[in-house]
Ligand binder design. Structure first.
Ligand code: CO
Length: 137
């Protein structure tokens, strides 16, 4: 069963420009330093909010998996929602047992714990990320 909502993933053409929007339009004041995740083909930065985070995702390299998404949504758009689970391998096996399409094997996510993605067709058109709860939570 899913637990806490960890973050909402938003694909953007520029993390800095998006952070500026959250700063000037919405008054957000806590941002993490963006960093590259070459293995996933993305650059990531977080807006910290009292109850959750917004994960801003920018394409990295010309084979980035979010390039297609940004072609269809040039200004950016909501990309995925991430919920925490206790054990990622158990979650993957259970999701598959329930008939969901899990995309690929567990891989290291932006928070340093393993994540999987579940195909949007199984969740009302929303791409779902499941993330193993960080041990220090
Ligand atoms: Co995410």
């Amino acid at each position: 069963m899913i637990g806490r909502m960890n973050h909402i993933g938003i694909a953007v053409p520029s993390i800095e420009a998006a952070m500026e929007t959250y700063r000037t339009l919405y008054g957000a004041s806590e941002f993490t330093q963006p960093f590259d995740m070459p293995a996933q083909g993305v650059r990531v930065g977080f807006v910290n909010l009292p109850n959750t985070q917004i994960e801003l995702i920018e394409p990295l390299g010309d084979t980035s998996p979010i390039l297609n998404f940004l072609e269809k949504n040039p200004r950016g758009g909501q990309h995925h929602v991430c919920f925490e689970v206790a054990d990622i391998h158990e979650a993957k096996a259970e999701m598959e047992r329930r008939g969901a399409k899990v995309l690929g094997e567990p891989r290291l996510g932006a928070h340093g714990t393993l994540v999987i993605f579940v195909h949007p067709k199984d969740s009302n058109g929303v791409l779902i990320e499941l993330m193993e709860t960080p041990k220090d939570h």
